[in-house]
Write a protein that binds this ligand. Sequence first.
Ligand SMILES: [Zn+2]
Length: 185
Amino acid sequence: MRPDDEHKLIEARHYTFCPWCASSLVLKVADSRERLRCPNCDFIWYRNPIPAAGAILNRDGRVLLVKRRYPPRVGDWCFPAGFMEYDESPIECCVREIKEETGLIISISRLFWVYSGHDDPRSNAVLILYLADIIGGELAPGDDAVEVDFVSIDDIPSNIAFQAHREAIADYKRYLKTGRLPGEK
Ligand SMILES: [Zn+2]
């Protein structure tokens, strides 16, 4: 799927019927924006970004990246990360996703930064990225990944899957040079 086609999916994936009562939804202003609303019950589709969490793991100047097995962006690389389950905290999500995608058990050391994701056709996202240490496990790609590898920070592949991850890589390079987290002058 080309990025253009993927982007069209963002607009295509609207509800048609009320998920509560199955009436046809109508576009109407609510809280100063046009939103899909149900004329029959109280349902209003507040379309919010989905939070995701992931980690930057550094081993001897090399950072852990995963190569994506499934759309979108099959074969592109990104930091290990994934969408939060409804009952998880961001840290719980991060620890679970790293275990699932890479086989590694991690301990979070601190929050790195929070990014907006506006180029994932599944949903807009909020990416919460942590710095973390590896405390166990064995490196092996999970079901979602073709490959997991520690990559030299000076030799990052050009095909990074999402804008938020590209920003994070640039921020992390600066952090390694200067010790300044994103947002710090
Ligand atoms: Zn309804």
